[in-house]
Design a protein around this ligand. Structure first.
Ligand code: GTP
Length: 598
């Protein structure tokens, strides 16, 4: 099939606007899977994705389609919609020539619709506006198209109206893809230039690279060079991605996407964003304009049983094979022992990783509260980067602390604007823009410290707006902040893994809220436990966990021994998620309490 008959496109949308459902429908219409094989959602393959109904890893499929007797190849690249995974969106878009912009006909344009369109525009993609869910009684396609023109300024005269649920409008949409998405441009006689836009680990085949070939081709058996590492590897196998099982091929040609097997044991050797070229006749320049993933949020992850440290290391290494955005380094905590400081793209990413570690590797873990990265200029003129609040230098050695800011985009029905302004102001937000898209919907832009949104911001935003507002953010660099480290002492000892960095003006109220939460969360022990919040040596808040008095087994003194044993076992099971800090048992919830201080 000639290059002119290849179409590479992504689907972008705000979360839940129907990307995966539409992708399934397109796959089905192209006949790549039978109705029987069409299990709930072919595109979302991971267990957690099915349960949570979200897409985490971008998936690609190659489809055959015949229009007016001519054969076409449609390469469909599904992208995740959640704010944490916008990195996956950008790498998917870098390998596409066009994008379907899906908007829910009842909900209209949301924050991630806008964010994704900007990434698509940066990548010079042909945008096809698609209004989905037109079967819904509340569907209002005209209003939605108006919002697209108003909020983003895109021309929506040519658009498609579809229902991914019923399939209405899907054949017309596929025709529009063939007509409007440009064919790949690329020189088949030039040296090979292929972008690695995804990589993962397969137990049998080793590390796999999903590539888009921009120039030349990749042939089975050939020696290829990974330009970033300057290493040469032989191509053991080539495959086209397919919804049922990959299809083997001898060559991946200009404009195509495919899976390359290089027989590598780790994905480190094939980093996403790197370029593959022919070893004998390498291309002069790698594919440009690709930014690697950067973790924004860090947390400590510790095994509850200290002898599971090596198991945790193995598990993290295995997860990293599939998730190049995950980073981790060993760290030790006085309170928690040996664990890893782990970097995440955002809070959802952190939750997913922790859940996978516990589920797939059967580990019991304690995660500390997430923190952003701070830059500290010291009085001696040097600068350090802090990923863990307990590493903050002593106050007298600090000249300035810089904290990361984000640009937050919020879309909301206008009746919630007042509440949102109150919330954003209390989070130290600075208003940049407020636009009415129409009579009922408002677009707000704020610069806001990232520290204020890794806390419970998203939940607060949803509760303030009855779930109607949507939110997206992008980092905009570091700014100086008046910040201090708040330490927590349990029974007189500083628990390093509970330290947090807070704005000076909020230190007292946060400290008080924190000790009160801890008082509720730390179970009664055999003795009274003092809990204090301090800045340096100044205690700013305190409370006590009362002693529980007699051991519960005392009740059955002289009683039936099996009953006594059962009670003890019950107590032990209840302790599973506890970590002993000194003589005090502290539950996992205590480490997260800091997320709910307002
Ligand atoms: P993420 O992958 O989580 O970003 O979401 P998504 O955009 O892929 O959305 P998904 O396909 O999971 O659809 C979200 C919800 O909308 C599901 O409950 C779908 O069944 C429903 N849905 C999708 N398309 C339609 C449609 O055309 N009509 C109706 N009524 N519901 C739809």
């Amino acid at each position: 099939i000639p290059q002119s008959h290849i179409r590479n496109f992504s689907i972008i949308a705000h979360i839940d606007h129907g990307k995966s459902t539409l992708a399934d429908r397109i796959i089905q219409h192209c006949g790549a899977v039978s109705d029987r094989q069409m299990s709930a959602q072919v595109m979302d393959t991971m267990d957690i994705e099915k349960e949570r109904g979200i897409t985490i890893k971008a998936q690609s499929v190659r489809l055959n389609y015949t229009k007016n007797g001519e054969e076409y190849i449609l390469n469909l690249i599904d992208t995740p919609g959640h704010v944490d995974f916008s990195y996956e969106v950008s790498r998917s878009l870098a390998s596409s020539d066009g994008a379907l912009l899906i908007v829910d006909a009842a909900q209209g344009v949301e924050a991630q619709t806008i964010a994704n369109v900007y990434i698509a525009i940066e990548n010079d993609l042909e945008l096809l506006p698609v209004v989905n869910k037109i079967d819904l009684p509340a569907a209002d396609p005209d209003r939605v198209l108006g919002e697209l023109e108003e909020a983003i300024g895109i021309d929506a005269t040519e658009h498609n109206l579809v229902s991914a649920k019923t399939g209405l409008g899907v054949p017309e949409l596929i025709d529009a893809i063939v007509e409007r998405v440009p064919a790949p441009q690329g020189d088949e006689n030039a040296p090979c230039k292929a972008l690695i836009y995804d990589s993962w680990f397969d137990n049998y085949l080793g590390a796999l690279a999903l590539v888009r070939v921009f120039d030349g081709s990749i042939k089975k058996g050939e020696m290829m060079r990974v330009m970033g590492t300057k290493q040469d590897h032989q191509v053991l196998d080539l495959m086209y991605p397919n919804p049922i099982a990959p299809i083997k091929t001898k060559e991946i040609r200009t404009g195509e996407i495919g899976i390359v097997v290089l027989g590598l044991k780790t994905v480190d050797a094939i980093q996403v964003g790197d370029t593959i070229t022919t070893a004998k006749n390498p291309t002069a320049q790698p594919v440009a304009g690709f930014e690697p993933a950067k973790p924004f949020v860090f947390a400590g992850i510790y095994p509850i049983e200290t002898d599971k440290f090596e198991d945790l290391r193995d598990a993290l290494n295995k997860l990293k094979l599939n998730d190049s955005s995950l980073s981790f380094e060993p760290e030790s905590s006085m309170a928690l022992g040996s664990g890893f400081r782990t970097g995440f793209l955002g809070m959802l990413h952190m939750e997913v990783v922790k859940e996978r570690l516990e589920r797939e590797f059967d580990l019991d873990l304690i995660a500390t509260a997430p923190t952003v990265v701070y830059r500290v200029k010291k009085t001696d003129g040097t600068e350090v980067e802090i990923q863990n609040p307990s590493e903050l230098p002593e106050p007298q050695k600090i000249d300035t602390i810089y904290e990361p800011y984000v640009k937050a985009t919020i879309l909301t029905p206008q009746e919630f604007v007042g509440n949102l302004i109150t919330l954003l102001t209390s989070r130290r937000g600075i208003q940049i823009k407020m636009d009415y898209l129409n009579e009922t919907r408002v677009l707000m832009e704020y610069d806001i410290p990232m520290n204020e949104i890794v806390m419970d911001f998203y939940d607060k935003l949803k509760s303030t707006t009855k779930g109607y507002a949507s939110f997206d953010y992008e980092p905009i660099g570091f700014r100086p902040g008046k910040l201090v480290k708040l330490d927590i002492r349990v029974a007189g000892e500083i628990v390093d893994s509970l330290s947090i960095i807070v704005p000076e003006e909020k230190a007292r109220s946060r400290g008080l809220a924190f000790v009160n939460q801890l008082k509720e969360l730390i179970p009664r022990q055999l003795f009274e436990v003092a809990i204090q919040a301090s800045i340096g040596n100044n205690v700013i808040a305190r409370s006590n966990v009362k002693s529980m008095g007699k051991n519960v087994t005392a009740k059955c003194y002289g009683g039936d021994i099996t009953r006594k044993r059962k009670l003890l076992e019950k107590q032990k099971a209840g302790k599973k998620r506890m970590k002993a800090i000194g003589k005090v048992e502290v539950p996992q919830e205590a480490f997260m309490a800091v997320l709910k201080l307002d």
